[in-house]
Design a binder for this molecule. Structure first.
Ligand code: GLU
Length: 455
């Protein structure tokens, strides 16, 4: 009996699970992409050759994983030890590219899922970037600036061997923003005596790009603007629930407000603030000072703004909204949350974080016809502007903020178009953006892998 494509998919997934035991996030990410890809293959299809060429098996095996010890001294003189990694997943389309995450939850499974996703996200941008991810199991909470500097210097003492402007270009992610990138860049420059674009998200005075800080959040807002316009809707007047209160959430809120949306929630790991009147520009400026500068807790918002409420220990998803933006972390939005959003007639859920919708919630949204802006597409704005930072560095030039924003908008709009084309087509009643993003990005990466032969 000949095997169906579904049999082959099941076999491949069984192999992925067997070869990567105890890595559920990685399995989930692979299942997400390959499920859609295998579902779209037909026997006549040129892709049926992909089995013989080992494209799928090559795709699910990172090119290289580097793990190393980071020993550093805290302010009491105590030596502390963390484990750091860089997963260089796939460089078919360009030098490895992807962030560094500092969080206690960092482990090989999380970094492999992120590196795998990054490969496809970067492909969607249309820029020459491969996929990678890295980080360390460090909890940055409560560390002094000096401690963070020593940690970053110790990490770069090893990482510098593995990166380079044409090899691998890390950036920030959860727990890593301009302060950390600056410490890392300073140490690289000292060790290697080279001033070159080996990291993105740098400070504006030493090679950083205008608009990089805002890019992920703005990009997500531009993407939902396109999704709504495709569905004959607009952001104006829509109630938007956002989770998280970091970079992505804050700048996503900023752009949504500018486009006429009413942002009613933000959250952190302790709870959610609900402001029924909407978080306006001046309230958001206060949140920026609270979260990005003072590193305070979101609960303080409710003390500052009397008409809002603090929902301790809760996520934003029970609050009525038209648009939901999970912007905090992976698998933050589960089945129960999804049920609440569906019951409240939420129109679209847009992933500002990487894989924030878990499998059960995703299944419900897809079966209920809720529009999904998948992370690969919706949060690609951050890495896209990183790509623009690389171009500026290579040219020894700085571009104006308006120029960067124009290119970001154009890239998000092109990504949207590709998702539409492969997610049902212009005339479809409802676009399947998840499928569209998976198919479009797979197409680009796999074409290159076929062309390279068995490497
Ligand atoms: N960490 C971000 C992401 O998930 C940005 C990566 C980058 O700029 O290289 O896409």
């Amino acid at each position: 009996m000949t095997k169906t494509w579904n049999d082959r998919y099941e076999e491949l997934m069984a192999r992925v699970e067997e070869r990567n035991p105890g890595e559920p996030e990685f399995h989930q990410a692979v299942r997400g992409v390959l499920g859609d890809v295998f579902g779209a293959i037909t026997e006549e299809d040129q892709r049926s050759e992909y089995m013989r060429l080992g494209v799928f098996e090559r795709l699910v095996e990172p090119d290289r994983q580097i793990s190393f010890r980071v020993a550093w001294q805290d302010d009491d003189g105590q030596v502390r030890v963390n484990r750091a990694h860089r997963v260089q997943f796939n460089n078919s389309l360009g030098p490895y590219k992807g962030g560094l995450r500092f969080a206690p939850s960092v482990n090989p499974s999380v970094l492999k899922f992120l590196g795998f996703e990054q490969t496809f996200k970067n492909a969607l941008t249309g820029l020459p970037m491969g996929g990678a991810k890295g980080g360390a199991d460090l909890d940055p909470k409560g560390l002094s600036d000096d401690e963070m500097m020593r940690f970053c210097q110790a990490l770069m003492a090893e990482l510098h061997r593995h990166i380079g402007e044409n090899v691998d270009v890390p950036a920030g992610d959860i727990g890593v923003s301009e302060r950390e990138i600056s410490f890392l860049f300073g140490q690289y420059k000292r060790i290697r005596n080279r001033f070159t674009g080996i990291l993105t998200g740098k400070g504006l005075s030493f090679g950083g790009s205008a608009g990089r800080v805002e890019a992920t959040g703005y990009g997500a807002a531009y993407f939902v603007e396109e999704m709504l316009s495709q569905a004959g809707e607009e952001i104006e007047g829509k109630r938007c629930a956002i989770s998280g209160a970091g970079n992505v959430s804050i700048y996503c809120a900023e752009k949504l407000i500018e486009l006429g949306g009413t942002v009613v929630t933000l959250s952190d790991s302790d709870g959610t603030i609900h402001d029924p009147d909407g978080i306006d520009e001046s309230k958001l400026a206060w949140v920026k000072r609270l979260k990005l500068k003072r590193k305070g807790r979101i609960s303080e918002y409710a003390d500052e703004y009397g008409d809002s409420e603090y929902l301790e220990g809760e996520t934003p998803w029970a609050v009525e909204c038209d648009l939901a933006f999970p912007c905090a972390t992976q698998n933050e939005l589960g089945r129960e949350d999804a049920e609440k959003l569906v019951a409240n007639d939420c129109l679209a859920v847009v992933e500002g974080a990487n894989m924030p919708i878990d499998d059960d919630a995703m299944e419900l949204f897809r079966s209920e016809g809720v529009l999904i802006g998948p992370a690969k597409a919706a949060n690609a704005g951050g890495v896209a502007v990183s790509g623009l930072e690389q171009s500026q560095n290579a040219q020894h030039m700085y571009w104006q903020p308006e120029e960067v924003d124009r290119q970001l908008r154009e890239i998000m709009s092109r990504i949207h178009l590709e998702c539409v084309e492969r997610g049902g087509g212009e005339d479809a009643e409802r676009i399947d953006y998840v499928r569209g993003a998976n198919l479009a990005s797979f197409h680009r990466v796999s074409q290159a892998m076929v062309a390279y032969g068995a490497v």
